[in-house]
Structure formats: structure tokens, C-alpha cells
Design a protein around this ligand. Structure first.
Ligand code: CP
Ligand code: NVA
Length: 314
């Protein structure tokens, strides 16, 4: 309704559990309907602007195709070919774009840029990854795990995060507040997530253990998840190549996990670094389902932001 504040999708810890649950249910339903050849045009005539300060394959394509399949369209703005690159502020950009488009997705370096955009936009703003977090990815990840474990199947499971205490690690901690899984984190001492993130999640009931011991984190886990050692904003690639090899997810690491455990990775993967080919291409890996689910998850995020989610009865 006119005048209502826009429904931003910025961080999982700012979301209501009931909204996240409804979005996941809707994502599953959209996937099932698409398989049956049904693509409901819930966003007919609507437009999404996507601002990219750094590269993307999955986020860009899943949002653009998602908008198209929902009957709308998407356009890309990059700093190089817009006035953002010549110093127009994100706040002024937000004021202008809000009058042309129905929602704005942004992938940016600083989390503050996302917050600044959201503070000045009068349309929903979606976090397409910042240095701090990547909530769109987590929606696809949770959806993928529910496909394996069943609806409501996250509660009581254990997920082991291995490697860098980065934006994805942070977002798993934020998700642990909502979905009842335990999170065990193993990162080298110099690459631990900020303690405040786990503390905030624990204060809201999340079960999270953070340490440096990969065996401790992985033993008995139902899911092992990792990510690149060198994120798009990492400045110290050489040091990282030296500091992370003990955290590679390989067959020996997967053998410590629970029988039937799955392997996840948001991609892009650096094969032979954080994960071996054998694990990426092996029976535990759900990485390509996970990537495919970005499409359905992002459609659900868009539908929630623009308040067009339909009741799910199937
Ligand atoms: N996982 C993910 O966000 O991939 P892209 O960088 O390709 O968008
Ligand atoms: N941690 C990675 C995720 C890429 C999707 C990065 O920020 O580069």
C-alpha cells in the first residue's frame, strides 16, 4: 500500500522467522510449479534495478531470469557506466532510481553502502552480497538442505563451516537464529569471524561453536560447507594461500562427517584449493542443486519484497 515502508531484504538477523519460513515455502512451491510448466506472472510489468560494484554470475543471472519468469524485467547498473562512478552518491541514486523501478538489488563492497541505499530508497532494497553478508545465497542453501532433509528438517541438524570466517560464515550464523540447526565453525586463528556475530546469534538462541579445529567442527556433522579462501574483497591473497591449506575439504574431511552428510559451497569454487574435485563431483556434493536453487529462492525474495507471495497449499 502507498506510504507503507518498503520491505527490504538486507540481513537475515533483521528478518522475522515467520517471513523467512514463508519465503522458503514459496521458493519450494515456485520450483515445483516451474517443473510443471507453470510460471506465475506475479511481477508483470515490474522492474528490478541491479547495481554491481563487483562481479557475479549466479546472482546476476538468477535475479534477471527470475524477474523475466515472473513477468517483469531487470536492468544492470555498474559504477563504470553510470554516474555512480563519477561520484554521485548512493543516497541520491536511491532517490532517483526509486521513481523508475520497483526494487533495487545491490552487490557492493561496504555493507554501509547497502544500508545507505536502503535508508534513502522508497522501494525495496535487496542485499546481493556485501563484505559482511550474503543472505540471498543462504535462502538457496537452506532450500537445498530442506530438499534433502524434508520440510522442517533443519532443526536438530548440525552444519560445519570450514575455512574463512567471511560473509558466508556470518550469514550461516544469522540463519542459525531462525532454523534450529547447530553450527560448528573451524577457521584459522587469523581468519575467525568477529566474536560479536556469534555472540549476537547466541543471545537469540542459536547454537554456535567457533574454533580452529577442523576435525572438531566436522566430526558427526550433517553438512560440511566451505567457500573460497580469497573473497572478492580480500587484499592478502598470497598470505591466504599459505594459511588455509589445512582447511581444504577433501575425502578425508568428508569421512569425518555423519554418514550421508552433504557438501555445500556457494560457488565459484577454486578446485584444488578449498575443495578437491573428488568432493565437488562426488556423491555428497549438492553444489549444483544449490546454485540452481538461487533462481527459485531469489524469486521468493522478490515476491516477499513486493508483497505478492501467494498462499502455498502444495
Ligand atoms: N554464489 C554467488 O553469489 O555467485 P556469484 O558471485 O556468481 O553471483
Ligand atoms: N565469500 C565470497 C562469496 C562469493 C559468492 C566473496 O565474497 O567473494
Amino acid at each position: 500500500p502507498a506510504g507503507a515502508p518498503p520491505r527490504h531484504f538486507l540481513d537475515l538477523d533483521a528478518m522475522a522467522t515467520s517471513d523467512l519460513r514463508a519465503m522458503l515455502d514459496f521458493a519450494h512451491a515456485l520450483k515445483a510449479r516451474r517443473r510443471a510448466g507453470i510460471r506465475p506472472p506475479l511481477l508483470a510489468g515490474r522492474t528490478l534495478a541491479m547495481i554491481f560494484e563487483k562481479p557475479s554470475t549466479r546472482t546476476r543471472v538468477s535475479f534477471e531470469v527470475g524477474m523475466n519468469e515472473l513477468g517483469g524485467s531487470a536492468l544492470i547498473i555498474s559504477p563504470q557506466d553510470s554516474q555512480l562512478g563519477r561520484g554521485e552518491t548512493i543516497a541520491d541514486t536511491a532517490r532517483v532510481l526509486s521513481q523508475y523501478v520497483d526494487a533495487i538489488m545491490i552487490r557492493c563492497h561496504a555493507h554501509e553502502t547497502l544500508e545507505d541505499l536502503a535508508a534513502h530508497a522508497t522501494v525495496p532494497v535487496i542485499n546481493g552480497l556485501t563484505r559482511h553478508s550474503h543472505p540471498c545465497q543462504l535462502m538457496a542453501d537452506l532450500m537445498t538442505l530442506e530438499e534433502r532433509w524434508g520440510a522442517g528438517g533443519l532443526a536438530g541438524r548440525r552444519i560445519a563451516w570450514v575455512g574463512d570466517g567471511n560473509n558466508m560464515c556470518t550469514t550461516f550464523m544469522q540463519a542459525a537464529v531462525h532454523f534450529g540447526f547447530e553450527l560448528t565453525v573451524a577457521c584459522p586463528a587469523a581468519y575467525q569471524p568477529a566474536p560479536s556475530i556469534a555472540e549476537a546469534a547466541r543471545a537469540r538462541g542459536a547454537r554456535i561453536r567457533v574454533g580452529t579445529d577442523i576435525a572438531d567442527a566436522v566430526t558427526g556433522a550433517d553438512c560440511v560447507v566451505t567457500d573460497t579462501w580469497v573473497s572478492m574483497d580480500s587484499k592478502d591473497a598470497e598470505a591466504r594461500q599459505r594459511d588455509f591449506p589445512a582447511y581444504q575439504v577433501n575425502d578425508a574431511v568428508m569421512a569425518m562427517a555423519a554418514p550421508g552428510a552433504v557438501f555445500m559451497h556457494c560457488l565459484p569454487a577454486h578446485r584444488g584449493e578449498e575443495v578437491t574435485d573428488a568432493v565437488m563431483d562426488g556423491p555428497a556434493s549438492v553444489v549444483f542443486e544449490e546454485a540452481g536453487n538461487r533462481l527459485h529462492a531469489q524469486k521468493a525474495v522478490l515476491a516477499w519484497c513486493l508483497d505478492v507471495m501467494e498462499p502455498v497449499n502444495d
